[in-house]
Ligand binder design. Structure first.
Ligand code: ADP
Ligand code: MG
Length: 308
C-alpha cells in the first residue's frame, strides 16, 4: 500500500451549497501533499472530513487501506485553521491534557513536551496561561500539541497564516524534519511560496472541484513552455539581438540578474533543442546565463484557476 490516505469521491453540501463535489485524493506515504485552492474552495471542508469532524454526504476516506474509524485520531495530528487553545488554562497542563486525549501516557507526554519545549525554545512557559502568550508563541504551542503523539499523518490547515517570517521558517523546517522521520504531511494553503519549498504532491481545488493533481514535478513538466532565459555579453548588442530574433521566438526577459548586456527569454519550437540554441548563442556572444524556465506553482495555480 503506497498511499497513506485516500479520499474517494467525497461530496458535501451545506444546505443548497455544494462545498465539495466528488473530490478524490491519494496521499503517498512519506509525501508532503499540498491542498491548494483559492479562499472558499473547499480545502478546510475536506480536511474536516478527513479528521471526522464533519461527515461527508457521499464518498469514503481510507487510512492505510482501511476505512477511517474513531480511534484514528491517535494516528492523525491536526492543526486546525481556527486555532483554539483554552485561554485561561496553563500551557503545560493543557498540553498534557491534550496529549493524553490522543492516547499518550502522562509520563511519555511529559518527556516529549520537554523535548519540544527545548527544541522550540519555550522552556519557561510551562506555568504561563495561553492568554499571557503572544500570538506567535501560542501558535508554537499549538504546533507542538499537533505533533506530540508522533502520528503517522500530520494535517496542517493554513499552517503559515499568522506566523511572522522567522516562525514560519521554523515551522517549515520542523515539517521537513518530521517527514524525514517518517511522517506523511497534508497541508492546505492559498499561498504559493510554501508550496515550492515543501510539496512533492499537490491537489488544486477550485469551487468545490478538484481541477488538477499529481506530483509537482510532473505538473511542472506538463506546463513547461520550452523557454530559456538567456544572458549575453557582447560589444554589438543590436546585431546579436536581431540575429537571434531572425531564428528564434524572443520574449521579454522576466528574470533578474546583475550585469549582462542582453537579457532575453527565448522560446524554442518543438524540433529545436536547447543545444541548438546554445551553440548559436556561443557563436555570437559570451553566454553568461542559460537556464530553462520552470513554471512556478504560482503560474500553474493562476493558469489552471482561470481556465476553469
Ligand atoms: P477553504 O478552506 O478552501 O477556504 P472551506 O472549506 O472553508 O474553504 O469552505 C468552502 C465553502 O463552504 C465556503 O463557501 C464556506 O462558506 C462553505 N462552508 C464551510 N463550512 C460551512 C458550514 N459549516 N456551513 C455552511 N457553509 C459552510
Ligand atoms: Mg480553509
Amino acid at each position: 500500500m503506497n498511499n497513506l490516505l485516500v479520499a474517494e469521491n467525497v461530496s458535501k453540501h451545506f444546505g443548497d451549497f455544494k462545498a465539495l463535489n466528488d473530490v478524490s485524493i491519494a496521499v503517498p506515504k512519506g509525501s508532503i501533499f499540498g491542498l491548494l485552492g483559492p479562499n472558499g474552495a473547499g480545502k478546510t471542508t475536506l480536511i474536516r472530513i478527513i479528521n471526522q469532524i464533519t461527515m461527508p454526504d457521499k464518498g469514503k476516506v481510507y487510512l492505510d487501506g482501511e476505512a477511517l474509524k474513531p480511534t484514528d485520531i491517535q494516528n492523525i495530528g491536526y492543526l486546525p485553521e481556527e486555532r483554539g487553545l483554552y485561554k485561561s488554562m496553563k500551557v503545560g497542563e493543557q498540553a498534557l491534557y491534550l496529549a493524553q486525549l490522543k492516547g499518550m501516557s502522562k509520563q511519555d507526554a511529559k518527556a516529549r513536551l520537554k523535548y519540544w519545549f527545548e527544541r522550540l525554545e519555550i522552556g519557561d512557559w510551562w506555568n504561563k496561561k495561553i492568554q499571557e502568550l503572544s500570538k506567535g508563541q501560542a501558535q508554537k504551542i499549538q504546533f507542538i500539541v499537533t505533533v506530540l503523539h508522533r502520528p503517522k499523518l500530520l494535517i496542517f490547515d493554513e499552517p503559515f497564516s499568522g506566523f511572522d517570517p522567522i516562525n514560519a521558517t521554523l515551522i517549515k523546517d520542523e515539517i521537513l524534519q518530521l517527514r524525514e522521520e517518517g511522517a506523511t504531511v497534508i497541508f492546505s494553503t492559498h499561498r504559493m511560496e510554501s508550496v515550492e519549498e515543501l510539496c512533492d504532491h499537490i491537489a488544486l481545488i477550485h469551487r468545490s472541484n478538484k481541477i488538477l493533481d499529481g506530483k509537482l514535478i510532473d505538473i511542472k513538466r506538463q506546463f513547461k513552455t520550452n523557454t530559456f532565459e538567456v544572458g549575453l555579453q557582447t560589444q554589438d548588442s543590436e546585431a546579436v539581438v536581431s540575429s537571434i530574433k531572425e531564428r528564434f521566438e524572443v520574449l521579454p526577459a522576466t528574470f533578474k540578474n546583475l550585469n549582462d548586456d542582453i537579457k532575453l527569454n527565448v522560446k524554442l519550437a518543438e524540433n529545436v533543442s536547447s543545444n541548438d540554441l546554445l551553440s548559436f548563442l556561443t557563436s555570437k556572444a559570451e553566454v553568461h546565463h542559460f537556464v530553462e524556465v520552470i513554471p512556478s506553482a504560482n503560474d500553474i495555480f493562476i493558469q489552471t484557476v482561470k481556465r476553469n
